[in-house]
Design a binder for this molecule. Structure first.
Ligand SMILES: [Zn+2]
Length: 65
């Protein structure tokens, strides 16, 4: 499975993920965070690596897929 495939799976698990310039945003899956707006960014970088970043500062300890 390529990272491109994994990326699509992650997007489908996150649900509605509006597209941004660099990738997509989604509600943060960290339960304790209780995300009210989309503070998680997901993107594929130029080396085809999947990047997850929570802008509220909650660490994403492992990929969702
Ligand atoms: Zn978060």
């Amino acid at each position: 499975m390529t990272n491109n495939d994994k990326y699509k799976i992650i997007l489908s698990k996150l649900g509605i993920t509006p597209k941004t310039v660099n990738g997509h945003t989604a509600q943060c899956p960290v339960k304790s965070h209780n995300d009210a707006k989309n503070s998680l960014s997901v993107c594929l970088d130029n080396d085809n690596r999947i990047l997850l970043k929570c802008h509220a500062g909650y660490p994403i300890e492992r990929p969702l897929a």
